[in-house]
Design a protein around this ligand. Sequence first.
Ligand code: HEM
Length: 473
Amino acid sequence: MAVSFLNYLILVIICLFSLLCYSCFFFKKPKDGFELPPSPPSLPIIGHLHLLLSGSTHKALQKLSSRYGPLFHLNIFSVPVIFVSSASVAYEIFREHDVNFSFRGTPPIDESLLVGSFGFFTAPYGDYWKFMKKIMVTKLLGPQALERSRGIRDYERERLYASLLDKAVRNESVEIGKEAMKFANNIICKMIMGRSCENGEAERVRDLVTKSTALTMKIFVANMFHKPLKKLGIIMFRNEIMSVSCRFDEVLERILEEHEKKKDDDQDKDLVDVLLETCRDETAEYRITRNHIKSLFVDLVIAGSDTSRHATQWTMAEIINNPKVLERLREEIGSVVGETRLVQETDLQNLPYLQATVKEGLRLHPPGALFARSSREGCKIRGFYVPENTPLVVNAYAVMRDPDSWENPNEFKPERFLGFPCSRQQDERDHALKYIPFGSGRRGCPGSNLAYIIVGTAIGVMVQCFDWKIKAD
Ligand code: HEM
């Protein structure tokens, strides 16, 4: 459905482009002596656009990389986009050009709370990003902040167990994705806005996260084409994106007002309280507005909920299809936790095989299979030229299935993450470079520790307490 709509839209764009002189959209020519990375033959006007329209873009791009190498480019109309598909090229970029690629390009719709210009995700690497990252780590995602919010996750873990038990007793089928989404979303909402989440707001937010996730492809397309199309006065998918943004705005305005009504001497401050204080503080290192707070909230729930859902769902599917893995997980949990209590997040450090299983699930099925950056300045990679302001997409799916880096890359083998008998540190370093489900460098995911806890405990509970069988359609 989404693809046919896209096809229609692409046709409209092609017509527009053929009517207009598009030479003004051409990127600067490569610097003397250096060429762009290799590229497949392209079609007139649309360039390689058709290659990106398959259902599984990351797989289509992986195929192209086996033909054109780990660093190649595609032209979308006349805009070159660079693609990275091997651990060694990704390593070169994150180690030698990390600052230059710590940008994500300009957002398609400035005023939107969804990937707009107030957001953290889209913020250029600079003062605002550094200021918000510090608050995010100290108040939400760093080790001490995670320790303070453990009670929230314990409560949600019990609720997950109760919900699964209820269905099991009634012999009902379970949609793992739905349960995992609810679990992750409740945790993230409560960690950010504390009690306000209890008045049914979490459900409304979850519904909006689902709508935003469904918009992902359109946002990606809007992002790619907004530069040339803006010149024509066209902003793609504007109405749909703004409709979700406005609904987020309504929910979030209510939450902010509720926080403002709270007494000042309330010691129990959540992230929203801290950000509202910063908003009022005229001497703050960086002056933020209500829109910055709302956009950060939107970024965090979108970045954290659906990714955790995806990881839990796929890892459980692999476990159910690999009975030996399931058996070993049960044995490990049984020997560490026993049968009289529910597995909890403090157990995770003593459950290496469960941790390895989650890592392997993320390797084979990364929720962020493609993540995008943009070059601030022109630079040289592997002898090729990458012009300034050029989108660069890292294919984490291809990097983590690269046969040069992984033995039997398409097999689900959690054992590959179990300790390294000799020269441990060097092996661990090598692993870190080719294992990028959370990206890498300055703009790498700040929520990876929380994600491991959410996915690890959800899978722990599902494996410890229930038998699973795939329902035939
Ligand atoms: C399994 C779960 C998750 C996966 C696979 C994942 C993956 C990613 C990836 C691939 C990126 C882009 C990294 C890059 O450009 O190098 C990212 C960015 C980000 N993630 Fe996650 N993520 C997950 C969970 C979370 C959670 C739980 C949160 C917080 C609640 C979160 C917050 C963010 C933020 C704020 C960014 C933007 C970082 C920046 O631009 O500086 N993520 N994530």
